[in-house]
Design a protein around this ligand. Structure first.
Ligand SMILES: Nc1ncnc2c1ncn2[C@@H]1O[C@H](COP(=O)(O)OP(=O)(O)O)[C@@H](O)[C@H]1O
Ligand SMILES: [Mg+2]
Length: 321
């Protein structure tokens, strides 16, 4: 096991930010920690990276305890947090050289490691440019390159795509995927973009209010939903009548619509609509991780929750230039 989290808890006064978390991650896995803003994702990673102390419980990374073997833990991990930490006034290469020194990467291998890292994130043409000339997406890639320089066995990425535009986000995921395959390391990432985590993660853990609410492969989680989700907008729906249909699994009101989980919408939709009567709109889609989240919490994760962080501002200011 690459990472073992045992009863990990963090309290801030009355608030329990991380609530008795138990997770095991295997070596080489891409593991997604999912949850809305305030769910406790960053707090969890901060404890795992020895940045803050747990209130109780512990974790082992690469066999090292985060409470009692901090320096071994730090050497085993690479971190890319939401707040940027590359130096704007240095060139990209100088940033990586600085990191090599801090982590005691031997002189003899430094150049090779730096070249490899730049090539992995496709920044080799820009390595001598000042970081302040970089776009938001390039900075993030530089941070990833830097986090890899000391060859960590576990890479932690906190919201690696938040605030990036959709195209850059897509690129970012392909880098991460390639990385995990080429460098053979464990990647633990957080995101509130359910669909992205779905595409990339081997397994995901959904957390809400610091609690683990589901942990599985995305495929199994979606399969557990038991079919398709049909969103129906209607003045009124007789929920009892709908539930009495043999192919209907559940019905939940959400954002002014009814989310109906059912088996084989292709075959059964007509029957469903016949039962409902007058509808304003119908939208069918296969169960997604967001549906899984709704099932467990009764609410959906909205995109606008992403707004307001550093990367959003960086990207917006770039668009204006
Ligand atoms: N230093 C702190 N002091 C008090 N409360 C905090 C602190 N850091 C985080 N929190 C609270 O803990 C909860 C979890 O936060 P966080 O881990 O940042 O969530 P996420 O990363 O999932 O958005 C939130 O309610 C947040 O306000
Ligand atoms: Mg966070």
């Amino acid at each position: 096991m690459s990472l073992i989290i045992q009863n990990l808890t963090k309290r801030y006064g009355e608030l329990t930010a991380v609530d008795n978390l138990n997770i095991e991650v295997e070596a080489g896995e891409i593991f997604g920690l999912l949850g809305p803003n305030g769910a406790g994702k960053t707090t969890t990673l901060s404890m795992l990276c020895c940045i803050i102390e747990p209130t109780s419980g512990t974790a082992k990374i690469n066999g090292f305890d985060i409470k009692t073997q901090k320096s071994q833990v730090r050497k085993s991990i690479g971190i890319v947090f939401q707040q940027p930490s590359v130096d704007d006034l240095l060139t990209a290469k100088e940033n990586l050289e600085l990191h090599c020194m801090l982590y005691g990467v031997e002189q003899g291998v430094r150049q090779k490691r730096i070249d490899e890292a730049f090539s992995l994130v496709e920044l080799e043409d820009r390595e001598n440019d000042l970081v302040k000339t970089y776009s938001g997406g390039m900075r993030k890639r530089l941070e990833i390159a830097r986090a890899l320089i000391h060859r960590p066995s576990v890479l932690f990425l906190d919201e690696p795509t938040t605030g990036l535009d959709p195209q850059t986000r897509e690129h970012m995921w392909s880098y991460i995927e390639r990385l995990a395959a080429e460098v053979q390391m464990t990647v633990v990432l957080t995101t509130h973009y359910m669909e992205e985590a779905d595409a990339l993660s081997d397994r995901v853990c959904i957390i809400d209010h610091g609690k683990r609410i589901a942990l599985e492969t995305p495929e199994k989680l979606k399969a557990q939903m038991g079919g398709d989700v049909v969103y129906v907008q209607a003045q009124k729906i007789d929920e009892k009548k709908v539930k009495s249909l043999s192919f209907v699994r559940s019905i939940k009101k959400q954002d002014g619509k009814f989310a109906i989980t059912m088996k084989d919408a292709g075959k059964n939709l007509q029957k469903l609509l016949g039962k409902i009567g007058c509808v304003e709109s119908v939208d069918v889609h296969p169960a997604s991780l967001n549906d899984v989240f709704i099932k467990y919490t009764g609410k959906s994760i909205r995109e606008e929750e992403a707004a307001g962080d550093y990367w959003t501002r960086v990207m917006n200011s770039e668009k204006k230039e």
